[in-house]
Design a protein around this ligand. Sequence first.
Ligand code: MLT
Length: 302
Amino acid sequence: MRILVTDGMDKAAMETLRGQGHEIIEQFYEPDQLGAALREFDCAVIRSATKIRAQQIQEAKGSRLKLLIRAGVGVDNIDVEAAQAAGIQVKNTPRASSRAVAELAMAHMFSCARNISIAGHTMREGKWEKKAYSKGFELCGKTLGVLGYGRIGQTIGAMAQALGMQVLAYDIYQVDSLECPTMHYVPMDEVLAKADIITLHTPAIEGKPFINAETIAKMKDGVVFINTSRGNNVDEAALLDALNSGKVRAAGLDVYATEPTPCPELLAHPHVSCTPHIGAGTVEAQARIGEEIVSIISSFQV
Ligand code: MLT
């Protein structure tokens, strides 16, 4: 196969594919050039920076392109319906990054609980604000609300239980969780009302963001909010208002409505711990993603 890799990929996986006789080209294309470029490849591997919309599919339609692989969980940056209608298969790597994303969400929880982000920031400004940042809280004994209880949600549930937290989960699908056997499924409103910390692990949900002024109003006063799922699940203006009023004590954010240029007021807020969409950004997760991609390509049939 001739394979286009637009946003980087694990080196060992690329070597394996080359060893199997595939040709790999690493190149990022701007949206207006991507569709024409895709025509020259059998397969494209993308992460989140590349968006393959109906226009690019239309431009690539009828060419040798037969397979799009999203190196990650969410396929919201690919118009899957348009691709399938054009005879192009779409695959993702749903299992590889659960632990990495769950650990980042935990890191943001610790950061919010102990003011790590802002304390580090002020130290780099030459300040020693020990008193201001000595009023943290412990995660042990707190209630964690997990919205979206799939692979990532369950992994974080197990981590939270190991820390002595109580876990309340909401999902439209209810499964027996092997990762976190003693958590409880409850209605979403109960998660909102009872959780001290709420973490979001749903896919991108179309339409009005489901974390908005109304759902935030149902949360406990002083709740901590973590989002490592998708930025468009959250009404960022409502979140900013809630941070300013103290309704939300702190937020840990890895994803934003407008990537790669997030709302500057959110990033600058002293009670926001932020990272630039690096949930899957561990060496281990990228190696596992690479292995999944090799396996998808090896078993691919037109
Ligand atoms: C995912 O959907 O798995 C992540 O957003 C991957 C990424 O970092 O692009």
